[in-house]
Design a protein around this ligand. Structure first.
Ligand code: ADP
Ligand code: C5P
Ligand code: MG
Length: 197
């Protein structure tokens, strides 16, 4: 990458609707979307290396993969997928050191959106997500509890720090899909972004 890429972060607890809203942002604005969790799941499946095993174990237990691994994976992924319009990255940064590593080493985020959602709503969504074959290993009651704890202890402080810097838009993600997305889209328009349709 010759110059810093334009990157937006979409944050929120597990099941808050990050992936769902990013898919619609891709349609409306033409962004390239990456979910840090999806990239890590793919990396865990890719091989039998120690790193792949370690990533798989962290995801299954609901813990955060070491930041150097995730930041390196994102750096490589952005390099391999040039985007004229820009990127939305969801589920990243999940820890203060990830935010610093990315913003110091790759690009300062052009905008940050936080999907605020109650644990009761998130739990209900996660436990019914992907019924059948598509069900994720970590969408079970025990791992969800761990993911919520990690979210409160590690991820929410990142959001608080961005809020203090006045860089974070907050969306009430507890509501119906279309109402939530209307707010998300409006935020992007307020940030000066142009819909492609
Ligand atoms: P995240 O990427 O934040 O973990 P997802 O976008 O995968 O969350 O959403 C979790 C589950 O909740 C999915 O099954 C999705 O279809 C559903 N979902 C997303 N947004 C809403 C909403 N506003 N109301 C009801 N269900 C939703
Ligand atoms: O965002 P998603 O729910 O898909 O993330 C699934 C898992 O991937 C997390 O519970 C965590 O184990 C791992 N992850 C991570 N660091 C990130 C994003 C996801 O360790 N920045
Ligand atoms: Mg997701």
């Amino acid at each position: 990458m010759s110059e810093a890429p334009k990157v937006f972060f979409i944050l929120g607890g597990p099941g808050s609707g990050k992936g769902t809203n990013c898919a619609r942002l891709v349609e409306d604005f033409g962004y390239t979307h990456f979910s840090a969790g999806d990239l890590l799941r793919a990396a865990a499946k890719e091989g039998t290396s120690e790193i792949a095993k370690k990533i798989g174990a962290m995801i299954r237990s609901g813990n955060i993969v070491p930041s150097e691994i995730t930041v390196a994976l994102l750096r490589q992924t952005l390099q391999e997928h040039p985007s004229g319009v820009g990127y939305i990255i969801d589920g990243f940064p999940r820890k203060a050191d990830q935010a610093k590593m990315f913003e110091d080493g790759i690009a300062r985020a052009a905008g940050i959106v936080y999907m605020q959602c109650s644990e009761a709503t998130m739990e209900e969504r996660l436990l019914s997500r992907g019924a059948g074959d598509a069900k994720r290993d970590d969408d079970n009651a025990e791992t969800v509890r761990r993911r919520f704890r990690v979210n409160v202890e590690e991820c929410e402080p990142v959001v608080e720090a961005y809020k203090k810097e006045g860089r974070c838009y907050v969306v009430d993600a507890n509501r119906d899909r279309d109402i939530v997305y209307a707010d998300v889209k409006e935020i992007f328009i307020q940030m000066g972004e142009k819909p492609i349709r």
